[in-house]
Ligand binder design. Structure first.
Ligand code: MN3
Length: 202
């Protein structure tokens, strides 16, 4: 079964002015599509690597054969990460979380502000391409950053919220000003979706 590009749950312009429509369109139809295509090419004909959801493939990354580990890491990670990314953003979103995720953040970091500061630092200081993540690690919330398209699932962690800090995610609108992109992105975080991910993980 070949993987396919998921539809966005909103229009390309829905996250304006924080994330511009052109960036969203290129990011979805070009970058994400390329990860899907290259993943499919890498695992074509290999029955042991066909899962219903790419996340299952990444959870079993240790058993992926050496000759396809690199493309699965890069393009499987890319497909999984972007599939998550589109859903944890939305219009009429942002602000502070409520519900279970708010409690998990308070328990782990002390307050939402302390969490946000830690996440911002991880996202801002990550050198080169990669992602900042809020993950569930052995049942507890944590902030990490990972290079390229590496997925927390490859480390046995559950990704709850992720921020793409590759330049393709922000360069058209923000150029070299990654901190401005990060600040704007908080306005489109869909905490309902993050709560759903936490509930599913538990
Ligand atoms: Mn990207």
């Amino acid at each position: 079964m070949a993987y396919s590009l998921p539809d966005l749950p909103y229009d390309y312009s829905a996250l304006e002015p924080h994330i511009d429509a052109k960036t969203m369109e290129i990011h979805h139809t070009k970058h994400h599509q390329t990860y899907v295509d290259k993943l499919n090419a890498a695992i074509e004909g290999n029955d042991s690597l066909q899962y219903d959801h790419v996340d299952e493939l990444l959870k079993n990354f240790d058993s992926v054969p050496e000759d396809v580990k690199t493309p699965v890491r890069n393009h499987g990670g890319g497909h999984s990460n972007h599939t998550l990314f589109w859903t944890i953003m939305g219009p009429d979103a942002g602000g502070e979380p409520s519900g279970e995720i708010a409690s998990a953040i308070d328990d782990a970091f002390g307050s939402f502000k302390e969490f946000r500061d830690k996440f911002n630092t991880a996202a801002t200081n990550h050198f080169g391409s990669g992602w900042a993540w809020l993950v569930l690690d052995a049942g507890k919330a944590d902030v990490i950053s990972l290079p390229n398209q590496d997925s927390p699932l490859m480390q046995g962690k559950v990704p709850l919220l992720g921020l793409d800090v590759w330049e393709h995610a922000y360069y058209l609108k923000y150029q070299n000003k990654r901190p401005d992109y990060i600040e704007a992105w908080w306005n489109v975080v869909n905490w309902d979706a993050v709560n759903e991910r936490l509930t599913a993980a538990r």
